[in-house]
Design a protein around this ligand. Structure first.
Ligand SMILES: Cc1cc2nc3c(=O)[nH]c(=O)nc-3n(C[C@H](O)[C@H](O)[C@H](O)COP(=O)(O)OP(=O)(O)OC[C@H]3O[C@@H](n4cnc5c(N)ncnc54)[C@H](O)[C@@H]3O)c2cc1C
Ligand code: FES
Length: 439
């Protein structure tokens, strides 16, 4: 009822409504009470009238207070709403910090100096880079690796992506550009924070944050948010890396444990150096056996790291009876082969369409796709059409486009929110013999 009253925006109507409710309630109550206690006393009815009037007055004051309270809430809400932006907003790099051999952090503040919205721990930012030699802006997605209070900057922590060993291909375009050319003062356009890989700090169940390599980034944000907002929640922070030189954020994570007695940390090094003695808790790779050994209670698990690492832990957790819906993961690159139960249920596996005509309206091309040509994004690229993309795994929403005819079939369950009448082309193929896309 209180919420319903709060929702009446007109303050006069809200005050009047509250007063009327109070009048009716007090009249009925005092009538019943006096009827029982003083059945023949005339002055008792006067007391009833006075209490009803008093009730009405109190109701009116309460209604007024609710008005101001509600207005404050509305004003606060409006501040939050105006802080969220659509499309791109310019950010200035105000700090650049080397965190490890291969990871560097970039602190971003809005160029317009206006407030920026808070975000949910685990969310990411999509950025756009104009890189010389690239025929179009390069769009990439990076997890927010901090949880500042107040939220007056965003931090991205980026691993320099080398070329894979044994392949004659260029190293990562965006990550190397960020490391080599982005400096304090550089301006980078970014979209508003997004993503569903988030920690609900208020859940009572233990949360186990498991990462390797640069997968640590969303986990720091989660550990910090839990420490600040609900330090009663038991958290395990399990991180695997090669050695001390590749271990980013070691001191920062240990500092959080000083503030949160319910945060347990375990660092595992696969190839520790002699000088790393005392910096890690165990040797080897983080695997499901280690997690089982450390975490004895019921828990939900957050995974972020290399695909093989996440796959093996997910398989191990499932084998030991952890339900799929309690295992959440974020993939930075290639999709995982088998995901959680939730995903298996939602995937449109077995696309019956063998071949299809795809009309790319903006490019003015009509092309024949057949099984084996891959996703619509891959097919478009192979035909010299360059739609925007970032994650290529259905997470960031960058490749979303309007569908004007036909339908698509998804191979992976997209976790990005998809607008009505739109599709993600990085994880879909034609689902009908003719598909018309606004590309
Ligand atoms: C939700 C999300 C969050 C993320 N968060 C982070 C984060 O916090 N930190 C972070 O560092 N990254 C993060 N990433 C990954 C990030 O978005 C980029 O994918 C990463 O930085 C690599 O981009 P790049 O442009 O440097 O590499 P790309 O140019 O995209 O290349 C990727 C790899 O492919 C190789 N390659 C190039 N050409 C070829 C070819 N022809 N054939 C085969 N291989 C080739 C490159 O050498 C490189 O190793 C995140 C991704 C997602 C989806
Ligand atoms: S490129 Fe990220 S959802 Fe398709």
């Amino acid at each position: 009822m209180l919420e319903n009253i709060r929702q009446i925006h007109n303050p006069i109507i809200r005050t009047f409504t509250t007063a009327s409710i109070a009048f009716s309630a007090v009249t009925i109550l005092s009538g019943i009470l006096l009827g029982f206690t003083h059945p023949k006393d005339k002055s008792a009815s006067q007391i009833g009238v006075y209490s009803s009037l008093l009730g009405t007055g109190c109701g009116a004051i309460f209604g007024l207070l609710l008005t101001s309270n509600s207005s404050q809430q509305k004003a606060k809400q409006q501040i939050c709403d105006t802080k969220i932006w659509k499309d791109w907003r310019n950010f200035v790099v105000v700090r650049k910090v080397k965190e490890s051999e291969e990871i560097t952090s970039f602190y971003l503040q809005s160029e317009d100096k206006e407030e920026i919205p808070n975000f949910q721990p685990g969310q990411f930012l999509t950025i756009k880079l104009d890189i010389p030699g690239q025929d179009k802006p390069v769009i990439r997605t990076y997890s927010l690796s901090d949880y500042p209070e107040p939220c007056n900057y965003y931090r991205l922590s980026i691993k320099r992506e080398p070329a894979p060993k044994g392949f004659d291909v260029p190293p990562g375009v965006a990550s190397n550009f960020m490391h080599d050319y982005i400096r304090e003062g550089s301006v980078i356009p970014a979209k508003a924070p997004n993503g569903k890989f988030v920690l609900d700090v208020n859940k009572p169940m233990t949360a186990v944050l498991i990462s390797n390599g640069v997968g640590i980034t969303p986990m720091i944000s989660m550990a910090k948010a839990a420490t600040r907002l609900n330090p009663n929640r038991s958290i395990w922070f399990v991180h695997g890396t090669r050695d001390g030189q590749f271990h980013a954020f070691r001191d920062e994570v240990l500092e959080i444990t000083q503030q949160n007695p319910n945060l347990n940390v375990h660092f595992r090094y696969s190839r520790p150096l002699l000088k790393d003695e005392g910096k890690y808790h165990s040797m080897g790779y983080v695997d499901a056996a280690l997690i089982k050994e450390l975490v004895q209670q019921e828990a939900e698990y957050f995974l972020c790291g290399s695909p093989t690492f996440m796959q093996s832990i997910m398989d191990g957790l499932k084998e030991s009876g952890v339900p799929g819906n309690r295992i959440l993961f974020e993939s930075f690159g290639k999709p995982m082969k088998v995901a959680s139960e939730k995903i298996t249920a939602a995937v449109n596996i077995g696309n019956d369409v063998e071949q299809a005509e795809i009309v790319f309206t903006k490019s003015g091309k009509t092309l024949n796709w057949k099984q084996g040509d891959g996703s619509i994004l891959e097919f478009a690229e192979a035909n010299k059409i360059s739609p925007p993309f970032s994650c290529r795994v259905g997470i960031c929403g960058t490749c979303m486009c309007k569908i004007r005819g036909g339908e698509v079939a998804y191979q992976e369950e997209p976790s990005a929110e998809i607008d009505e009448g739109s599709v993600l082309i990085c994880v879909s193929q034609p689902g009908s013999s003719r598909v018309v896309l606004d590309i």
